[in-house]
Structures are given as C-alpha cells and as structure tokens.
Design a protein around this ligand. Structure first.
Ligand code: MLT
Length: 402
C-alpha cells in the first residue's frame, strides 16, 4: 500500500498567496460591484518593455525556420544568456563569477525551493522572521522542520532570526549555529536592506562556521543607495560560503514569462564534492532548460536599450513606493521599506489578518498581513509598489479615509 509524504501534513494552512487570492475571490463574488485594488502579491503591472517584446517576436520567428529552430537546449541555460549575466550582474560590479557558475531556470521561486534538495536532511536551517514562506514550506515538505509549535509560532527544528524595529529588520547571529542560512536583501517582506559591511559580517560568520548562505537577490534592481550591495559576491570570501538566486520577474516584469538563475561558485565544496556538481546533476536530471524564446527575452534585458527601458520601469514602481510611503507617513502611520525595495512595511499594532479583512471589507484595498510571513510579522502589513500609479494613489486615498 502506498504511503504519502507525511511531511506535507506539517504545513500550516495553504500557501500564503493562495489564501489571499481565495479571500479576494470570495469577497468579489459577494460584492461584484466593488472595485478592489490589489497591492498584495508582488506581481508587476507594467507591460513588457519594447526590447523584450522585440526579442520574443524575433525568437518566435526563428523557431519557425529550419535554421533557427531550437529543440532541447542546454539544461544549464544558453551561453548567450549566461555570458550576459556574468558580464553585467557580476563582472561589471567587480564580482568574480564566471558564466559556467550560472544556472538558468524558470524562476527564483523554484530555485529557492529546490536548492535544499542538494543538502542533507539533518542540516539545521535558519530563516529570518518574517520571511518569504517558500524557504520555510519547502524545508517542511522535505522533513527538515520538525513539527509546528503554536507556542513559538513556528517549526521546532528551524532557527528563527527575528527582524524587528529594534534591530532595523536585519537579523542578528542566532544563538545556535545554523548549517543553512536563508537571507533575502532587499528584503521581502519588510522592504529593508543590509549594508555591505553588515553582509560582510554574515559572510565571515558563515565561513567561520562552515555554513552556507542561500542569498535571494530577487529585488536587487530596486537598490539606489550606493552602500547597499547588489550581490553577496561583492563581499570578500562569499565564493566559499554563498549561493545566490536571481529573478527576472521584478527587474524586467517576467512574472508571466518565467526566468531566473542561481549562481553556485565552484569553490563551494564539502569533502571534495562541489555543490556545483550536485546542482548540475540535479538540473540535468529534473529540468530541460528554460524556453529558448524566454532566454532570448532575458538576453534583451542586458541590451543597452533594454537597460534604459527597465530603468524607467523601476523608477515608475519606486515612484509608487515613495507616494505610498510618504502619504502613509503624513497620515500618521509608521512605515518601513519602500526606499531600496518595492515593498512598504506598515505598522498596524495588534493587527495583521484583522487589518487585511478590515481593509478589504471597508475600502477594498488588498495587502498582505505580516503575520502570514511569520510570527514576528504580527502587527505589520505589506503593501507593494507594483500596482499602477493611479491605483497606488487611489489605494492611499482610501486608506487615509479610514
Ligand atoms: C511576493 O509577493 O512575496 C512575491 O511576489 C512572491 C513571489 O515572488 O513568488
């Protein structure tokens, strides 16, 4: 008789953004005349940039010719994209990363979820609290988390690193040394960042203890402060302790196209086995590569024209962030984030899901309850800057009217 993976029974409720989508849908069905403004899930709203559209059209046309047709590609990604990433995202910033250390995928969410597979089940995992739920849930599914404890508001075997107002939303080193440490900066959900010297401390800590940092850099394109690192490889020694994941969703609007990548330096090795070789083996076995058409679109992100167009798109979203942040501050709210990141972390003492329900039912604005990201998110509420400018202004006016 077959047995199920009982680790799944440890998961708490449904995936955060699925729960929110269901609540919105229930509300809309009951109130079809109401116009809901969605600033919940961090999904972009601006159309794809012209350079990207052109690259997509060209690649589609190529695929319709005998000479231009592409079947299975290299599982790790086409050289043209890996080379463009290495040159632009790393070498141009002084980071020593080569194209063959970059693995192209269909998105950072899959990679941050899948990467734990190449590590032993008995690794101790540390996550920030609040945290992007994928890091936690995938370790629960794998059986690394232990049981959920209502008393601690988390899983018994995970190490939680609270990110609070008191520590500026940057985690402190935990009491117990973890093997795997998930970090995400600019941070989802708080929208806060870490300085280069702060990140260097984490790199030194990981190298000292033989830990690995799994660094999610999905929001790096939103950084404007020169003191905030775009990549963990800007820090000395990161090649021996860090894996980094990137997304094309937030910097180039690929949420519906799907493209991302993971960097695994060849220096990461345990007892003579490189993590690069394990991920390479996994990728080759489980994955047939991101679509050629989408990788060509990814290449256009690094063209001169593409860079200009995307810079304008990021400025558009960051203007929304500024509008929401300054408007809510002026209305008396305490707000964090929204300066080097497209998320605004709003303080709503004593509320979280209650604030979600209140906003949806009263003014039809959707955000994400902080508590959905972890116990330390209680009393906070996340708004995204990824809406249209008009909707951001309208949402602000509605919240101010409460
Ligand atoms: C979020 O809203 O936290 C993100 O959009 C989710 C994601 O990128 O998967």
């Amino acid at each position: 008789m077959y047995k199920i993976n009982e680790n799944y029974l440890n998961l708490q409720g449904s995936y955060l953004f699925s729960t929110i989508a269901r609540k919105i849908s229930d509300y809309q069905q009951a109130n079809p005349e109401k116009k809901i403004i969605r600033l919940g899930i961090g999904d972009v709203t601006q159309p794809l940039a012209p350079s990207i559209i052109r690259a997509l059209h060209n690649a589609v046309d190529e695929m319709g010719t005998a000479e231009g047709f592409h079947g299975y590609g290299p599982e790790q990604g086409y050289a043209f994209l890996r080379e463009a990433i290495a040159a632009n995202d790393y070498q141009a910033r002084g980071c020593d990363i080569s194209p063959d250390e970059i693995f192209i995928s269909d998105g950072a969410k899959c990679d941050v979820g899948n990467i734990q597979e190449i590590f032993s089940i008995d690794n101790r995992v540390a996550v920030c609290d609040p945290v992007y739920p994928v890091y936690v849930d995938t370790n629960v599914m794998a059986g690394r988390s232990g049981s959920y404890s209502a008393a601690i508001g988390g899983f018994e075997n995970l190490i939680y690193m609270p990110c609070t107002e008191a520590n500026g939303f940057v985690p402190e080193f935990p009491k117990e040394v973890p093997d795997l440490i998930y970090l995400c900066f600019p941070n989802n959900p708080t929208g806060m960042t870490i300085t280069k010297s702060g990140l260097q401390d984490w790199v030194d800590y990981a190298n000292l203890h033989g830990s690995i940092i799994l660094y999610d850099a999905a929001y790096e394109a939103y950084i404007s402060d020169p003191d905030v690192p775009h990549s963990i490889y800007e820090c000395d020694g990161a090649r021996t302790c860090a894996i980094e994941m990137h997304s094309f969703s937030k910097n180039a609007g690929f949420t519906g196209l799907r493209l991302g990548y993971t960097v695994i330096p060849k220096d990461l090795n345990r007892n003579g086995v490189t993590l690069h070789s394990l991920w390479d083996r996994r990728h080759g076995t489980r994955y047939n590569g991101a679509p050629y058409i989408v990788q060509k679109a990814g290449e256009a992100v690094y063209s001169e024209q593409g860079k200009q167009e995307l810079k304008a798109q990021i400025s558009y979203y960051m203007n929304n962030a500024k509008t929401i942040r300054e408007g809510l501050s002026a209305a008396g709210y305490t707000v964090y984030g929204g300066v080097n990141a497209p998320y605004i972390w709003l303080k709503v003492p004593g509320m979280s899901w209650d604030f979600f329900d209140y906003l949806l039912n009263t003014v039809q604005v959707v955000g994400t309850p902080g508590q959905g990201f972890g116990a330390a998110g209680e009393g906070f509420f996340r708004l995204t800057a990824f809406g249209t400018y008009e909707n951001s202004v309208e949402a602000l006016a509605r919240i101010k009217s409460l």
